[in-house]
Design a binder for this molecule. Sequence first.
Ligand code: FAD
Length: 440
Amino acid sequence: MNQHSDLMIPDTGQKRLVIIGGGFAGIELTQKLKSADLQVVMLDKHNFHTFQPLLYQVATGGLEPSSIAYPLRKALRNVPNAIFRMAEVLEIYPQENILETNIGRLSYDYLVIATGSKTNFFNFTREVSAQMMQLKSVNQALDLRSYILQNFEKALLTKDETEKESLLNIAIVGGGPTGVELAGALGEMKNHILPKDYPELDFRRMQVHLFEASGELLSAMSDDSSEKALKYVKQFGVNVWLNTLVTGYEDNVVKLNNGKNIRTQTVIWTAGVMGASINGLNPESKGPANRMLVDAYNKVKGHENIFALGDIACMVSEEWPKGHPMVAPVAIQQADLLGENLKKKMKNAEMKPFKYFDKGSMATVGRNKAVVDFPGGKVKMGGFIAWLAWMFVHVMTLIGFRNKLIVMVGWLYNYFNYDHTLRLIIRPYPTKEVGSDATL
Ligand SMILES: Cc1cc2nc3c(=O)[nH]c(=O)nc-3n(C[C@H](O)[C@H](O)[C@H](O)COP(=O)(O)OP(=O)(O)OC[C@H]3O[C@@H](n4cnc5c(N)ncnc54)[C@H](O)[C@@H]3O)c2cc1C
């Protein structure tokens, strides 16, 4: 094929495989293809990979952003056939095998979409959702950190008790792992750190609320782990509202379906995600929650040379009628297999269908407290040992030795000092583009 590129990518005579997204799936796939006779082009709108599981620690001042992010150019250094361009893909033209990006057009022979997910605000209008904070990117984590700290600074200056209450209170919507981890971390800050930083403020008046529409926290985990997480999060002083829907947010008041109102200037939405899809594909490829329907080989429905991996891919099977969970191991395992299968495809060998190996799930609530469900869900673990296991798994999954070391040292320091020193307000928030995708 005659290759087209406005992105200064040379025509090597090899087939060109373009990967959109340098997340867990994108990086794993490039590693798998380093010996393949293909030109691999990775495009990402950021020049770094984000380790999303630890974003909440950046948001709460526990870790610096650079310790959970990794430069994509460095990640590709050992892949001689790979090229990186920082570019946002805006549209796909599958008839011509061409992508439209913010820096020009690029042709492909094979396309892999690994764009992950974005926040799903369900039926909330743009006007309402723009007032809520999100936690999907490093930028949003830093915005959240600055915003919360700015509110405490403002609380010091107001004599209006209602205003003070709304500045101190924090509402988290969604009792999944992100909501629970964030609530626990904020509860810990309230108990151990904030009273030292702001001795003039009475933090007994600060309320951290966690709203969950279903009857339990961590509903994807076992009942045992859900109950333990509820107990732990309450021990951190968090007010947990189960079976409670947030129905609106206006004039700094969160409205609930039970008729109650909670006054706060900080609402963090962790209640839903949807695929970060790109326009242009066959409508039949569109699956639930904006994800792309793929077959057992991750090939997108209705397209022969387009694949999707990780959060954006929805592979429906008897075992997984709603697709696989949107977690890192699924993305990594799918990328691993697609790498093998593409090499087989080029040799006209038979490809292998995907089978998810579920390694179990875990979530931490805070210091000394986490829950772990082992594969199969029969064996569970909670408390200190689970917390150690959670830390070990997360440190080992981070990319780069430096990041592993810095996170470990940071955690040790925080553990013994009940303190961390990253409470810098470096991004005055809100900006003009409050809550907009422009800050992603
Ligand atoms: C706060 C939080 C906590 C989490 N905790 C856990 C956990 O504890 N354990 C776990 O297993 N999973 C966790 N997850 C989920 C996990 O992070 C995802 O399942 C995983 O990142 C999916 O990998 P991916 O490669 O599909 O996408 P991502 O890792 O999201 O990567 C997508 C990449 O695509 C890029 N991109 C998107 N759109 C475009 C575009 N149009 N053009 C160019 N580039 C684009 C993005 O910049 C990004 O780099 C968490 C997620 C969040 C948000």
